[in-house]
Design a binder for this molecule. Sequence first.
Ligand code: CP
Length: 302
Amino acid sequence: MKDLVGIKELSRQDIEEILNTAKAFKEVLQRDIKKVPTLRGKTAINLFFEPSTRTRTSFELAEKRLSLDVLNFSVSTSSVVKGETLYDTLKTIEAYNVDYIVIRHSCSGAAKFVASHTPASVVNAGDGTNEHPTQALLDAFSILEVKGRLDGLKIAIVGDIIHSRVARSNLYLLSKFDTEIRFVGPPTLLPEQPPDNVKLFYDLKSGIKDADIIMLLRIQLERQNAAFIPSLKEYFHVWGLKKEAFSYIKDDAIIMHPGPMNRGVEISTEVADSPRSVILRQVTNGIATRMAVIYLLTQREV
Ligand code: CP
């Protein structure tokens, strides 16, 4: 495989190979010298057309840990602001003979477009509402670390499902395992016709009370062109995960969130900072998971 554009195209075996490789890289990251010479002499560029904290920094760290030369492309100070197209930006970068392009873009399909116009390996770091494959992989890696398995788990994904590329990639990934997937939230933010293997819950307590994993999502205001909820205050009142939930959720349920969190909207500070939260573990695992993806893309024939 030349690129990682989405989870949809991966098999269960592909996912397991990535997760096993990430486990090996996590061990490397716990050594004094956290770097391997594997990709010395190769070059990666991080092209972020949308803001990012976690994904951009962890891709950069992953690339540096693999000994890649790394270029970070800042859209706001580039010729994109003068009207240069994505295609011409890509061809300009390609002229430097780069080996890897990591791209985040507001348009669904942007990563696939770039992948089909360059010989470099392309990794999708989030395209519109379509997919965020490395987020789903690091989520699965974090679940495996804590629970030891993916099969047999009940996973409740709570919040703004219809605008979330994280929800979509997690749906594709978790559907390749024997999991029970729930979408929990107000009807305006859930799909009208979910896939057959997904159960819809319009009530927070019913949706999460016997779940093993509670995965919260940010309200994606930047992708909403209408009022999907009355107000953020009301959303928190009805759908925000607050410490009262600890009285009825499973004792060993874990709380996940891809970030960035909106404290006081989808999650309270007490829950975000509680021992049940694995949110910072997810951030840490982004490095090993992204190292694994880049490393495995290099195993292709050229
Ligand atoms: N989870 C995630 O994609 O976070 P960033 O937007 O900060 O990269």
